[in-house]
Design a protein around this ligand. Sequence first.
Ligand code: FAD
Length: 375
Amino acid sequence: MTAETSMRDAVVIGGGLVGAAIAWGLARQGLKPLVLDEDDLARRASRANFALIWVQGKGARAPHYARWTLGSARSWPGFAEELTQLSGIDIKLRQPGGFTLCLSDAELEDNAATLAGIRRDTGGEGASFEILDHRRTAELLPGLGRAVVGSTYSSEDGDVNSLRLFRALHVAMARSGVSYRAHSRVETIHYSGGLFRLEGPWGTVEAQKLILAGGIDNGRLASMVGLNVPLQHSKGQIVVTEKLAPFLAYPLGTLRQTDEGGVMIGDSEDTVDTSPRADPAINAVMVRRAIQMFPGLADVNMVRSWAGFRVKSRDGLPVYEQSAACPGAFVAVAHSGVTLAAAHALALAPQIAAGPLSRELSPFSTARFHVQAAA
Ligand SMILES: Cc1cc2nc3c(=O)[nH]c(=O)nc-3n(C[C@H](O)[C@H](O)[C@H](O)COP(=O)(O)OP(=O)(O)OC[C@H]3O[C@@H](n4cnc5c(N)ncnc54)[C@H](O)[C@@H]3O)c2cc1C
C-alpha cells in the first residue's frame, strides 16, 4: 500500500458503535471527519452485543450516569427516525419497557432496592419502575416459569436490531460526508503545534481534532495523548435459539426475542478469560436459568453462541474527556454503546465539535480514578 499524508478537521479512531455515532454526530455539525478502523476480524464489541437500550439499574451510586443514560433512551426515537430516513435501514427500535426477572425473593428485594436507590440519588429523576409479583408478571409475559418469583419493570427500556443499527450508522456516515478507512490501525499518535499526526503501515494522517473510540485499545491510545484511562477485562457470552413465533413482547435484561424470531440469552461476565471462544460451561448456566424463566425454551434448539469483550472502564462507567496535555484530543469509552448511541451522536458530538465538554460530562473524566488512587 502506498504511504500517504492528508489533513483532516477531525479524525475518529475506531469505527465501532461509539466511533460511528460520534463521527456521524460531528458530520451533523458540519465537520468532515475521517474514521480510521481495523480489519473485519478485529475484536469489536459492536458486533457481539445484546442490543438492549436499557436504563433499569444504570447509575447506582452514580446519578450523573443515570441521567445520561435516561437522556439517551429518551433521545432514541428521534435519533432512530433520523438515522432510518438517512440510511433507508429500519433498525427495529422498540421501547415498550423491559423486565428484570427474579428467581428468589432476595434477588427481587436487592433489585428493587437498587432501583429505589437510583431514584433517590437522582432526586426522583431516575427511571421510574414497578415491582410485580409472579401473577402480574405472568399476565404480561405468557409462558413464564413458576420459578420466577417476580420482576421489576421500567417503562423506559427497549431494544433494537444492533447489527442493523451498526450498518445504518455506517451508511449515514457515508451519506453525511464522513470518510471511512478500514485496514488502518493507528500505531502511533504525535502531538505538536496543535496538530495530531497519526501513523500506521497504511500511511500518515494529520488532524486538528482527534477522537479516540478504539474500544479495548483506548487505554493504549489514550496514553499517547497524555490520558490515563484504566480499562477492565470483561468477556460476555450470548446464546441464540432457532427462530420462533413471536411470544415475548418485551425485552428482559437477560433474554430477548429479536425481530427475526431468535431468542438471545446472555448476561455472563468473565473478568479473567481472554480467549475469544465461548465457554460451553458458562452457556449451560445461562441456558438453565433461561429455561427456569421460560420452560418452553427446553424444547428449542440453540443454534449459535459467541463471546465478545466489553469496553469497560475500571468502575464500569463511561469515560469522556478532552486531554489537557493535548487539547483537541477526546476519549470516549462506554460499555453500553447501544443505549448511549443517541447521546453520543446528539449530545456528545456537538460538544466535541464546539470545543470543551460541558459540566454535565465532567464527572465522566478520568479525574475520578486519580482521586481513588491517591486515597
Ligand atoms: C456480550 C456483550 C453484550 C453487550 N450488550 C449490550 C447491550 O445490551 N446494550 C448496550 O448498550 N451495550 C451492550 N454491549 C456493549 C456495546 O456493545 C459496546 O459498548 C459498544 O459496542 C462499544 O463500541 P466501541 O465502538 O467503543 O467499541 P468496538 O465495537 O470494540 O469498536 C472499536 C473499534 O475500534 C477499532 N480500533 C481499535 N484500535 C484501533 C486502532 N489502534 N486504530 C484503528 N482502529 C482501531 C476496532 O477495530 C473497532 O472497530 C455489550 C457488549 C458485549 C460484549
